[in-house]
Design a protein around this ligand. Structure first.
Ligand code: F6P
Length: 366
């Protein structure tokens, strides 16, 4: 193990929140204090806490985790998923590169390294920011979308999946009672992992994901097959990023500096199905419900394994690494490789799709 002169590290959450973030912050704090005797500064609202003025941070100690809220979803440090630190919109309308402000913030707080908990976008953007500012950094993957590459697990996905499956369990009873086609729209702007996992676990017969094109005829054929099987209902899961038959996002809105907000594909499909005499459809958009709640046991385990490993990497003097779960082990990969892959999409030759297809699920024209 390399000997480093670390005295103080910063930890921040970046991008959309999810369940399990507080468990990561806890693991980072415990390991840093109890094993290495370092100080831990929690940076408020992601990179904003270091790049904007006044600096926003909070010294973390073991006792910060005595309160029950530290076991809940969300992030005790706050987070942001908007704005580009390399072209930041200032209140006076000008655009500023915040790299130097960020670097100065790190220097002012005397942080020797940063642990960044974020998704694929944060790994790319905050990774670049740290590199350009010369700040040693280790990343921890979190995302309900499961789209951060080179890791088999990310914090937050397991809880979101449980929420989607619970929704399907609830929808199944009302679908069966009313003989309806129930559509559940779940998150997943570029990748359909959450939709596909939910559809398998929740017993849906149709699952549409951004990676695979579909036809309305394909959907109707499956509904008809269900009818002939004597099933009075059908469950459909659709990822929010699935496009309409015309190749557009069903309903999209955005504000300057914010990510595009998706939503509406469930409504769109439901309307089309309702136009057919034989079928009666309703839709549910699960939205941000998927990001909240108490983290599942698995998300807490992943969070803890990732948090302690990230601190050990910092202690070894490593930087530009992302912790990862590979083959049953907590390990790490290079941030450069993560950035090269970008977004981890559903593998159309992979195991999950194979399971879905073997169950006769309609997943589009594959
Ligand atoms: O990236 C995670 C995610 O949950 C996406 O699936 C979704 O499109 C997005 O965040 C929603 O973000 P916001 O909180 O900005 O509406």
């Amino acid at each position: 193990m390399a000997t480093t002169k670390i005295k103080r590290i910063g930890v921040l959450t970046s991008g959309g929140d999810c369940a399990g973030l507080n468990a990561v912050i806890r693991a980072v704090t415990y390991r840093a204090i109890m094993k290495y005797g370092w100080e831990v500064y929690g940076i408020i609202d992601g990179t904003e806490g270091l790049a904007l003025r006044p600096l926003r941070w909070k010294k973390l100690g073991i006792s910060d985790f005595f309160a029950p809220f530290a076991r809940l979803g969300g992030t005790m440090l706050g987070t942001i998923n908007r704005g580009d630190p390399f072209a930041w919109q200032m209140p006076d309308g000008t655009v500023k590169n915040l790299t130097k402000d960020f670097k100065d913030g790190v220097k002012e707080l005397e942080l020797d390294a940063l642990v960044v908990i974020g998704g694929d976008g944060s790994m790319r953007i905050v990774g670049k920011l740290c590199k350009e500012a010369g700040v040693p950094m280790v990343g921890i993957p979190k995302t309900i979308d499961k789209d951060t590459p080179l890791t088999e697990h990310s914090v937050g996905f397991s809880t979101a999946l449980d929420i989607c499956v619970e929704a399907l369990d609830r929808l199944q009873t009302t679908a069966a009672s009313h003989h309806r086609v129930m559509i559940l729209e779940v998150m997943g702007r570029d990748a359909g992992h959450l939709a596909l996992h939910s559809a398998i676990a929740g017993g849906a017969e149709i699952c549409l994901i951004p990676e695979i094109p579909y036809t309305f005829q394909g959907i109707m054929d499956k509904l008809e097959e269900r009818r002939l099987q004597g099933a009075g209902y059908t469950l459909i899961v659709v990822a929010e990023g699935v496009k309409t038959l015309e190749g557009k996002n069903a309903s999209v809105s955005s504000k300057a500096g914010e990510n595009i907000r998706y939503g509406g594909i469930g409504h769109y499909l439901s309307n089309m199905i309702n136009e057919k005499d034989d079928f009666n459809s309703r839709f549910t958009v699960l939205g941000h419900v998927q990001r909240g709640g108490i983290p599942s046991s698995w998300d807490r385990i992943t969070a803890t394994g990732f948090g302690v490993h990230a601190v050990d990497l910092v202690a070894e003097g490593k930087s530009e690494r992302m912790v990862a779960w590979i083959g049953g082990k907590v390990t790490d990969v290079s941030m450069e490789d993560v950035a090269k892959v970008g977004t981890a999409k559903v593998n159309t030759q992979g195991e999950m799709l194979s399971i879905a297809l073997k169950m006769g699920m309609y997943v589009g024209e594959i």
